[in-house]
Design a protein around this ligand. Structure first.
Ligand SMILES: Cc1cc2nc3c(=O)[nH]c(=O)nc-3n(C[C@H](O)[C@H](O)[C@H](O)COP(=O)(O)OP(=O)(O)OC[C@H]3O[C@@H](n4cnc5c(N)ncnc54)[C@H](O)[C@@H]3O)c2cc1C
Length: 385
């Protein structure tokens, strides 16, 4: 069987793997991208329905995606100008783009349109070879790593980048130990037409241990993410009944909610692989970390991985050397762990059994809200500015 040689192999062509492939293709490198289910490229701009899976992309990651010319058209994005976070006993913190002299705090985009934008650019490069297959085995040599595909092909390169998601097959082939902690919550996502203007404001409520976010979409619509311990009961409700629950949990701030499209639930798990690399393997995106969605940082962390690794590989002589892989981990692990701990800490701080902490957590929010210097520093950090 013939072996095909590349500068790098990428397993998984989701947002993170596709961005990695594009970034390396731009450097003129020969890349093999393994993705068993490549996305459809014929989305209709007339399709008014917004994807229920949406992301709040930080300005620094937006700039990166724009530099790759992989940013959805303007009518499929929504700028967020303000954020309003409310605790469970009168605590409140508000952020405003104007206060930190930035055009917007974050941008909302849909999963399938961002994926399409990335894949459309990928198809423009002849140095990226796409394999719509899975690998059956992985073999390590001293200076290379090889994948044996289910169609008999063998691909080899000095480095394998694993972007194959939370249950990464590549990671399972290594001896990297993964610490997995279920939150016993599911995230429910759905979209609504709202009665009152949302004012380009992202709203969030911490209530009874649940976390609900309203994210603005164009044309007086919103997307919601509800992290709940009673997701099974909520998913059993009719669309109209669930919409009423969402409106009540959000204090009827936007009036009546009319459902658009389907709702989905996904299990929330904190995953912390002990390392972000194994010999000749780098983990990226959800393969390297998963996080509670309360700060909307899941995919942002993944794009951070891509930028760091891509920058390192630009200068590295041997892409898969221990030195390169250690540098990658050194650059990313602290940022990833800090964000994981921050979101995990907030989630537990607002759990209902923490009632003695109720005063502390709510006054804390109010106190930070008064300290504009600290508040603006925090939001700038979250935005990657
Ligand atoms: C329903 C839902 C809603 C979400 N909402 C939000 C949100 O609002 N905000 C947010 O920040 N995050 C959200 N997330 C998390 C976010 O989707 C992830 O952080 C992000 O998609 C990670 O991207 P990724 O490319 O690393 O992994 P994935 O998107 O999981 O992509 C992995 C890719 O690898 C491919 N693959 C899998 N196995 C193999 C294999 N063996 N060989 C080859 N390829 C393989 C898959 O087909 C897939 O294309 C949500 C997740 C879900 C499931």
């Amino acid at each position: 069987m013939n072996t095909q040689y590349f500068d790098g192999l990428i397993v998984g062509g989701g947002l993170v793997g596709a961005a990695m492939a594009l970034s390396l293709a731009e450097q003129g490198k020969h890349i093999a991208l393994l993705e068993p289910s490549p996305p459809s490229l014929d989305l209709q701009s007339t399709d008014k329905h917004w994807d229920a899976r949406i992301y709040a992309i930080s300005p620094s990651n937006e700039a990166f995606l724009r530099s790759l010319q992989a940013w959805p058209e303007a009518q499929r994005t929504q700028s967020v100008l303000k954020m309003d976070v409310q605790g469970d006993a009168g605590g409140r913190i508000e952020f405003d783009a104007q206060a930190i002299h930035t055009p917007h705090l974050t941008s909302i985009v849909e999963n399938r349109w961002l994926l399409q934008a990335l894949w459309q650019r990928l198809h423009a490069y002849c140095n990226v070879t796409i394999f719509a297959h899975t690998a059956t085995t992985l073999t390590q040599e001293i200076d290379a790593i090889s994948l044996h595909l289910d169609n008999g092909d063998i691909l080899s390169a000095p480095l394998l980048m694993a972007a194959d998601g939370a249950n990464s097959w590549v990671r399972s082939q290594t001896d990297i130990h993964t610490d997995s902690k279920p939150y016993h919550h599911h995230g429910i996502v759905a979209n609504y037409q709202v009665q009152k203007p949302h004012g380009a404001t992202a709203r969030q409520w911490f209530k009874d241990g649940d976390v609900l976010a309203y994210l603005p979409l164009p044309e007086q619509q919103i997307s919601i993410v509800w992290s709940s311990h009673q997701a099974q009961a909520l998913m059993a409700l009719s669309d109209a009944e669930f919409a009423e629950q969402v409106a009540a949990q959000g204090e009827h701030s936007l009036g009546k909610l009319t459902p658009i499209g389907k709702r989905f639930a996904f299990e929330l798990i904190l995953r912390r692989p002990a390392n972000m690399y194994a010999p000749r393997i780098a983990l990226l995106g959800d393969a390297a970390h998963t996080i509670h969605p309360l700060a909307g940082q899941g995919v942002n962390l993944g794009f951070g991985d891509v930028q760091a690794l891509s920058q390192l590989l630009r200068l590295a002589k041997d892409w898969g050397s221990l030195k390169t892989l250690r540098s990658y981990e050194a650059q990313r692990l602290h940022a990833v762990r800090s964000m994981q701990m921050g979101c995990d800490g907030l989630f537990h701080l607002f759990k209902p059994q923490n009632t003695p902490l109720s005063w502390v957590r709510n006054s804390g929010l109010n106190m930070v809200n008064q300290l504009s210097g600290l508040k603006n520093h925090l939001i700038r950090q979250a935005m990657g500015l």
